[in-house]
Design a protein around this ligand. Structure first.
Ligand code: SF4
Length: 395
């Protein structure tokens, strides 16, 4: 599939078989043994499990907004366009015998990219959707950017921000009904991506019940929704000490993943900004990835402010529990504070290309979410040292 994320993730995928979230769930019983996980597919089909009563009721994060405006970015090979189930493979091959390839990286079948986008994408429209409707598409295509996380209080509908339509354009309040349609399989069942445990680690010494955690988390999300600066809400230092490595090395790894694709450029932009923050590096001029998709998503609408983009993103990162496999919540806050610092710097660099602040922030968030779904960043997040966040906003 050709993206650096895919290439760099091969070892992990070989170990997890695209079941990163499932593995992180299993690993919750032994946090010290958590290993690097990454799940950069649009939809880890093989990891999902049939829903149980615990996944009801469905809940959306207060303030979450989304409407697909056809940016087309989700049909490009920055995402793993799979893994496909056997019945999806059969169905797609009936449509076009060249539709599917086997991905060594994902150890499964995926949609074939042609010129870095799916074979079925024509003029920014999915031809399967156009001819037979939303339900006819593979599960990964139907679900993205939605996800579903099973918690002790029910199913959380999540949304990825590596999607221009999530961050820009006319975005009404997220409809649970629409989300459920996307999240159901062809038999009408909801499937969850992974489970959240009954007790949540706030730091390396404190664990609380999920209900208590949800109460604390709700306060943080309310502050973000009220417009308080995200840095203040997180209450954590960016670039805290790492146990084993250095941020300079992490930055260099991201820069090294560039390979001439838009995804590679995004990784390099992120690495440049991280290297600037930790070592004063001056970046070279690089191509700006995916700007056409962001312009399509924005359309004639007014861009949000950068703070609106960041608060929305940070609230969803907390809500979706991507961090649960990386460490306790104080590690999550420090990790998010670090990516937020990178995003603010990237925003300034994109603005210098003549882009509005809100769109530049949305592009920065895209890059910062993409790396979190790669392989090097989760390893760095797990390496955040003890006591990463002296100021605890949960107290
Ligand atoms: S099948 Fe359709 S929705 Fe899925 S990646 Fe291809 S063009 Fe996009």
């Amino acid at each position: 599939m050709g993206t650096p994320a895919l290439k760099k993730s091969r070892t992990q995928v070989a170990r997890t078989g695209c079941e990163a979230y499932q593995a992180s769930n299993a690993n919750r019983l032994a946090p010290a043994q958590w290993s690097t996980q990454a799940c950069w597919c649009r939809c880890p089909a093989v990891a999902r499990s049939a829903i149980t009563l615990k996944s009801q009721p469905l809940r959306a994060r207060d303030g979450a907004r989304f409407r697909c405006s056809g940016s087309g970015l989700c049909c490009t090979d920055i995402h793993g366009l799979g893994v496909l189930t056997q019945s999806e493979v059969r169905d797609l091959r009936r449509r076009d015998k060249l539709a599917v390839i086997y991905s060594d990286d994902l150890e499964g079948h995926c949609l074939r990219p042609v010129d870095h986008h799916c074979l079925f994408l024509e003029g920014q429209r999915c031809q399967i959707h156009a001819k037979q409707g939303h339900e006819a598409k593979p599960a990964g295509c139907r679900r993205f950017p939605y996800g579903l996380v099973r918690t002790p209080q029910g199913g959380r509908v999540t949304t990825e921000h590596r999607c221009p339509c999530r961050t820009l354009g006319d975005r009404p309040i997220l409809s649970l009904e629409d989300a459920a349609k996307s999240l159901r399989d062809r038999a009408g069942r909801l499937e969850s991506d992974f489970d959240v445990p009954a007790r949540i680690a706030l730091d390396r010494t404190r664990r609380v019940s999920f209900d208590r955690y949800a109460e604390l988390e709700g306060r943080l999300i309310a502050r973000l929704n009220a417009g308080e600066p995200a840095e203040q809400v997180l209450g954590a230092r960016p670039l805290p000490a790492l146990t084993n490595g250095t941020w300079t090395t992490v930055a260099a790894e991201h820069i090294d993943t560039r390979d001439g694709t838009a995804g590679g450029d995004a990784f390099a932009w992120f690495g440049d900004a991280l290297l600037n923050l930790c070592a004063g590096h001056t970046p070279p001029e690089r191509p700006r990835p995916w700007h056409a998709s962001f312009e399509r998503a924005l359309g004639e609408t007014t861009p949000p402010t950068p703070d609106e983009v960041y608060n929305d993103w940070i609230a969803d990162e907390i809500w979706m529990f991507r961090w649960i496999g990386w460490g306790p919540f104080d590690v999550a806050r420090a990790e998010l504070a670090t990516r937020l610092a990178v995003a603010r710097l990237l925003q300034g660099w994109v603005e210098k290309r003549g882009v509005s602040p809100g769109q530049a922030a949305a592009e920065a968030v895209m890059m910062c979410e993409l790396v979190a779904a790669g392989s090097d960043w989760p390893a760095a997040a797990e390496d955040i040292a003890r006591d990463p966040s002296p100021a605890d906003p949960l107290d």
